[in-house]
Ligand binder design. Structure first.
Ligand SMILES: NC(=O)c1ccc[n+]([C@@H]2O[C@H](COP(=O)([O-])OP(=O)(O)OC[C@H]3O[C@@H](n4cnc5c(N)ncnc54)[C@H](OP(=O)(O)O)[C@@H]3O)[C@@H](O)[C@H]2O)c1
Length: 278
């Protein structure tokens, strides 16, 4: 991956634009390890996991094996994990547990997974992440599923804007207002479900653009978000789709094509963070 394949974060760290999502990559550990080793061979350097996914051990094992084999160095990898909602009041301890399961010395990015506003504890959790960053255990602090009011609360309380907010975002649900807020505050937008979990890939704007590029619908859905400067973390358990999804980095859409994809009307596929009960 070259410099052009990275985004610079407000922490000064550099994050690969495309990573591998690992939600539901929860089969036998040996399969997860093999898939991640293959991803590294193909050029993936950015891996997204969470304590919720139950696969931090397998993800970490693959990364450690790959560094020991000399396929990659730890410095070239970008590893994200997340603090689950129940752990918001024991964030420092839960972070330590994630790090231990991963078998790593530090994380590139650690996120508060959901604001879970009903519980009123996300600012305390975020403060604990900043302390871990100040100790050198986390390079960048982030959040996921935060919206304007909850981001305001974090920034007001700590003076620190998260480096990244990872939110549901895909063609048909591109969250322009939230992205404008992120730009104003120096927060990088990262898209989860960037393929809309496969549900959006039959959209004519996607399939017709795919034909024009001799590309696949998945590649166009990802290229659409990359064109907006949004980081993407498509999940696949399929080695052929690992290659396919990584190929999105080679596609540069025209302004007209991006505008057509922007005009697709869709909806959220998952929980609304304002009401998600945690
Ligand atoms: N922060 C959060 O709250 C949050 C929530 C959800 C997800 N995430 C993160 O974001 C990542 C991505 O989101 P996601 O997994 O929900 O959804 P996604 O990446 O949009 O979609 C994954 C689904 O699409 C299929 N797929 C993958 N590549 C494809 C392609 N080229 N063509 C057609 N189908 C394809 C996968 O099946 P196969 O595996 O069979 O290929 C899987 O069923 C997660 O893995 C996780 O790391 C974060």
């Amino acid at each position: 991956m070259g410099a052009a394949d990275h985004f610079e974060l407000n922490s000064g760290a550099s994050m690969p634009r495309l990573g591998l999502g690992t939600y539901k990559l929860d089969g036998p550990a040996s399969e997860t390890v093999a898939l991640i080793r293959r991803a590294i061979e193909l050029g993936y350097r950015h891996f997204d996991t969470a304590s919720l996914y139950g696969n931090e051990e397998a993800v970490g094992q693959a990364l450690i094996d790959a560094t020991r084999a000399g396929d990659v160095t730890r410095e070239e990898l970008f590893v994200t994990s997340k603090l689950w909602n129940d752990d918001q009041l024991r964030a420092a301890e839960a972070f330590g547990e994630s790090l231990k399961r991963l078998g790593l010395d530090y994380l590139d990015l650690f996120m508060v997974h959901w604001p879970w506003p009903q519980n009123g504890t996300y600012v305390d959790a975020y403060r604990a992440l900043i302390e871990a960053r100040d100790r050198g255990d986390i390079v960048s602090v982030g959040v996921a599923n935060f919206y304007e009011e909850t981001l305001d609360a974090l920034i007001d309380a700590t003076g620190v804007a998260p480096a990244v907010n990872q939110v549901e975002l895909h063609t048909g649900f591109t969250q322009p207002e939230l992205r404008a807020y992120h730009s104003e505050h120096g927060i990088l937008t990262e898209a989860w479900a960037p393929l809309g979990r496969g549900e959006i890939l039959g959209e004519p704007a996607i399939t017709e653009t795919a034909k024009a590029y001799d590309a696949t619908p998945g590649q166009i859905a990802l290229a659409h978000l990359l064109a907006h400067g949004i980081s993407v973390i498509p999940k696949t358990a399929n080695p052929e789709r690992l290659v396919e999804n990584f190929g999105a980095l080679d596609i540069t859409l025209s302004d007209n094509e991006v505008a057509r994809l922007d005009a697709v009307q869709g909806r959220r596929q998952s929980n609304d963070p304002r009401t998600f009960p945690g």
